[in-house]
Design a protein around this ligand. Structure first.
Ligand SMILES: [Zn+2]
Length: 267
């Protein structure tokens, strides 16, 4: 459902009233009407700008404390449940509030999806756990404590080769208990390494644009090799730091990304 901002309501009113001034039979000085119309449109544009800025300013930037393993966050932002090419892993987990991030990471994550939407609109993505509104201990994860960690589920294609969201549901712990083979298969699904590489490249680009750094990407070591063989794989390997050691849990169904934003000391 669309809600109108005060500015767009004003714009609509201005245009409606402009339409009214053109009703047949109404006595009107055409010159004056044109001037008024221009005035109203300029005012509307200015107002839209002011209101949009106000909306952005109303949302206070986040402040992170400590690090991903021991930290917290103030004014974290909740990621949208879905967009044109992405969705959260679970509405239930979203309702619990497990998808909050630092405001800078919010911008990076959404800009990356927007970027892919322009270049490869058919690709579908699913994100997973990020963190609590105030950060802190986030079981079963060891990290995800200060709004700078995001889990992304691997993009997959179905047996017809179509990009589809990974089926995350309560029976597979919202995706986390899905096991991929070492060649990237699970039931009728195959990891779409090209789509994954596109996503990581878009995250890197968006992070650069927002002055955010990507610390590391944790992903299964065997599957990493297949990722590096994809079209953007070589570039990615040079641009990002991937986990070398075997992670504490197998990261085959999702890749974990840690971002770097300057944080205050945890008190
Ligand atoms: Zn994680």
């Amino acid at each position: 459902m669309k809600t109108r901002s005060p500015a767009s309501r004003f714009l609509k009113q201005a245009l409606d009233s402009d339409r009214a001034t053109r009703l047949p039979g109404r006595v009107n000085d055409v010159g004056l009407s044109e001037k008024n119309k221009i005035k109203k449109i300029i005012l509307s544009i200015l107002l839209v700008g002011i209101v949009n800025n106000a909306t952005a300013a109303e949302r206070t930037a986040s402040i992170c404390y400590g690090n991903t393993e021991k930290g917290r966050i103030e004014n974290a932002w909740q990621l949208p449940t879905n967009g044109s090419n992405f969705s959260a892993y679970s509405r239930f987990e979203v309702a619990l509030g497990r998808n909050y991030v630092h405001s800078a990471i919010y911008a990076v994550v959404l800009d990356a999806y927007k970027d892919i939407q322009q270049n490869a609109p058919q690709k579908k993505y699913v994100y997973g756990d990020t963190g609590w509104k105030s950060g802190g201990s986030f079981r079963p994860h060891k990290t995800h404590q200060n709004g700078l960690s995001v889990d992304f589920f691997v993009p997959v294609v179905d047996k017809t080769g179509k990009s589809v969201p990974l089926p995350t549901a309560p029976f597979n712990k919202f995706g986390y208990t899905i096991e991929f083979t070492s060649d990237g298969r699970y039931q009728n699904y195959k990891i779409d390494f090209d789509a994954m590489a596109k996503h990581l490249a878009a995250l890197k680009k968006a992070a650069d644009q927002h002055g955010v750094k990507i610390w590391r990407v944790i992903f299964d070591n065997d599957l990493q090799k297949l990722l590096f063989q994809s079209s953007k794989g070589k570039e990615l390997q040079a641009q990002l730091t991937f986990s070398k050691k075997k992670p504490w849990i197998r990261h085959d169904e999702h890749y974990h990304v840690d971002f770097i934003v300057p944080c205050k000391d945890d008190r």
